[in-house]
Design a protein. Structure first.
Length: 227
């Protein structure tokens, strides 16, 4: 009985949240900003996200805050990233074989000193450390472009970002602007573009979606004034 009441309260809270963001225009702004030009808009996922902020995040919140402070990131951004990577599921595994909270490959985990990538705390701390290492590589860009490019790099790798930046330069676009790379990265799916790059085919469209989803989740956290 207690569980049913708890679920009922959670459901009411979720419904009230979405009623509020529809009424005050937040939902429309999020849609227009991040999804108007994307084929997939997952309204159900946004509801699931809000629910899991209440049911799953508390277990990992302090770990995320601590790691974010050490490496100089807004903890809400890292929270959004962890959700995108694993939905706060410590047993998550992608189809490519990367594991747990921050979806690190075995090779990357070894490089940054993680002994057990299945441990949520090690995964989160290691993932944020790796994100910081990537961030340092894009010192030619200024925030928010720098952090957006860094997130894309976390998803598809630094090498493919370099390829995209090279093509941007060739097209007289700013290689340190996310708006430029947002256009270029999806092109790296096609032989016409990636055949002349150093690192070949790239899941560029996925990287753009990845960044946009993280900033959608981040935007919700900021609008909810969660601190």
């Amino acid at each position: 009985m207690g569980c049913k009441k708890g679920r009922s309260r959670t459901t009411r809270a979720i419904n009230e949240f979405f009623k509020k963001i529809k009424e005050d225009g937040t939902f429309a702004k999020i849609y227009e900003k991040y999804y108007a030009n994307v084929e997939i808009f997952d309204y159900v996922d946004l509801k699931k996200y809000h629910r899991r902020l209440k049911t799953r995040l508390p277990k990992y919140e302090e770990i995320i805050k601590k790691a974010s402070k050490i490496y100089g990131f807004d903890w809400r951004l890292i929270t959004a990233m962890v959700y995108q990577e694993s939905h706060f599921n410590p047993r998550a595994r992608s189809f490519t074989g990367v594991r747990v909270m921050m979806q690190l490959t075995l090779e990357t985990a070894k490089e940054i000193g993680i002994k057990n990538r299945l441990d949520p705390e090690q995964s989160i701390k290691g993932g944020v450390k790796y994100l910081k290492e990537l961030y340092e590589r894009y010192d030619g860009a200024k925030d928010p472009n720098r952090v957006l490019i860094t997130l894309a790099s976390y998803n598809v790798g630094h090498a493919h970002i370099l390829d995209a930046q090279k093509i941007a330069k060739e097209r007289n676009l700013d290689p340190n602007s996310w708006s430029s790379l947002e256009v270029i990265l999806p092109l790296l799916r096609y032989p016409k573009y990636y055949k002349n790059t150093k690192n070949g085919y790239c899941r560029g469209t996925e990287a753009v979606r990845y960044v946009n989803r993280i900033f959608t989740y981040y935007d919700i956290l900021k609008r909810e004034a969660i601190s």
